[in-house]
Design a protein around this ligand. Sequence first.
Ligand code: HEC
Ligand code: HEC
Length: 291
Amino acid sequence: MDSPSRSRASWLLSLAMAISCAPASERPVPDTAGGRTARTPATLPGDAVRGLALLTAFRDSLPEHSGNTLRCTSCHLDNGTRGTAMPWLGSAARYPRYRSRPGYEETMERRINECIARSLAGRMLAERGRDMQDMVAYIESLRQRPRPTPVDSVKLVGKVVQGAGGYAQQCARCHGSNGEGNPALSAPAVWGPDSYSIGAGMARQFTLATFLRHNMPFDHADTLSDREAADIAAYVLSKPRQDHPGKERDWPNGDPPADVAYATTAARASGTSLPPKRPVLRRRVSPDSIR
Ligand code: HEC
Ligand code: HEC
């Protein structure tokens, strides 16, 4: 695992550690995210700099918490500032926030842990721990940035057969013909054991199609039609990916979105039509925190 990207990632982390002047034990970690004042990236506090290093080199920095080869910024592009890629601009001000997937009000820490457990197929971090609080500090630093207008969702049912052709033409050169990714091009896996789990937002048809429509191919963003994006998303999502234990407890109030990737207990009980079963792989890491 001595790839250039790995050593670059470790270098970035050591740089971030060097920049943060006080040792971790002397640096105060505020009790609540809301208690922090907003700072512009030019004057990032040490903990936000370290947080950004963790967000961009998650697996190299926190291997015990990573269940695939993705990093946070594989999806939250441009360090979470790209408006079409689930931006973190202004996110801090939106939490705590009620979300229908868990069915309760989530803190920012819990929201991040959801992405760790589902999108990174990993193990949740201790909410009061330094690693979590440093990542929160980075997202806090974007609190005052205006939230971009959300892009229109691509709400089309995708066709897998058409999507196979589109994937071969538009995606395979970077993500590989078996979806395995290509570290030399920094292109992560899009299905299989190194990809996000079935419980991730990106495993939903409309969420993936919308992301692709505006952000992929990486070097020619905004060139796919809605139809191409939907078909390619359907093809990618027809392939196996890691399971997410407990996913059937999602949307406990029986209000799953139309593009939900799996059957939930509440939907079953209310007689809602259930989505077709998707192939899943064994989970590599339990999502539950061990600390
Ligand atoms: C596989 C893609 C993917 C990866 C990797 C990923 N996320 Fe996410 N994240 C998403 C999606 C999709 C959403 C939901 C966006 C929405 O609700 O519209 C999301 C939402 C979020 C939100 C909520 C933003 C808001 O304003 O409500 C935060 C915070 C977040 N992610 C942080 C993280 C962190 C931190 C990591 C790494 C530990 C991470 N994500 C990794 C796809 C990903
Ligand atoms: C020129 C190379 C390239 C092409 C072509 C390309 N991508 Fe990507 N893709 C990337 C890179 C690089 C990233 C991650 C960016 C980062 O980590 O900063 C990415 C990220 C992604 C992600 C989020 C992370 C993950 O692995 O799940 C998905 C999904 C994705 N691409 C799907 C596609 C699909 C589908 C196509 C075809 C329409 C495509 N990409 C075409 C390079 C490419």
